[in-house]
Design a protein around this ligand. Sequence first.
Ligand SMILES: [Zn+2]
Ligand SMILES: [Zn+2]
Length: 275
Amino acid sequence: MMKNIMIADMHTHSEFSHDSSCPIEEMCLSEIQKGTDIFAVTDHCDVASFRDYDVFTPILDSYRTVQALNEKYAGRCQILSGAEISEGFWFPEQYQKIHDLVPYDVIIGSVHCVKCDNLEIAYSKINFLVLSDKKIYEYLDCYFNDMITMLETEDFDILAHLNCPIRYIRGKYGIDIDLTPFEAQISAVLETIIKRKIALEINTSSFDLLNDFLPDQTIVQRYYDMGGRLITLGSDAHISKNASVHFETALNVLRKTGFDRIFYYKNRNAQSINI
Ligand SMILES: [Zn+2]
Ligand SMILES: [Zn+2]
């Protein structure tokens, strides 16, 4: 059923990310098995981590491995080279270096750490249970402000997992928070990506936990209603079995919302796929 249309998974990780040990070839075989035609290897470059380790060499290694595997798998699967760059605006010089390092097919922009008092570690590592509700709302306020700063100052193609802290706050810790207070900021994010022609990612990694995507369906609907049409699918797979996970469900949601196309990026240009 998926095979009537072309499938592109624009967000995956490999052993060149600090939090994955999956060889790109293993991910490639899994993508092929799922019927995926195109996938992007978007290893992490958490720019702020340059203070602790070399964030550049893994991206270079990832890029070279993609080039080699593309020859090997030509005709079976197209592998795109990319990077998921986060906290770029914290360190503009290092950001520029990673941005210019290789001729990427796609750059994903993410917020993984937030400038909020003493909570600068990645939100995936914050124990939200020890924070008051007030502090969590303050944290999310900083998160969306940082996202707007990133959108205004960095050059990238796809905005990753717009409301990602929810995966941890609600999904992992079961804290019932509500995004209503952030509607103006979320609208500003959507307005800015539409204006700057940055794609909105439907990140499917949260579906088992939240029974929804990142961002959730109400935000996707709002994006559509505001005129946003640039949409990509990303599994954010860190292990091969999660390649293109829940894409059928995501495509059905997108069709119901009104979308008739999704996109992938090659040479940093958006290419459409009819759905
Ligand atoms: Zn991410
Ligand atoms: Zn990712």
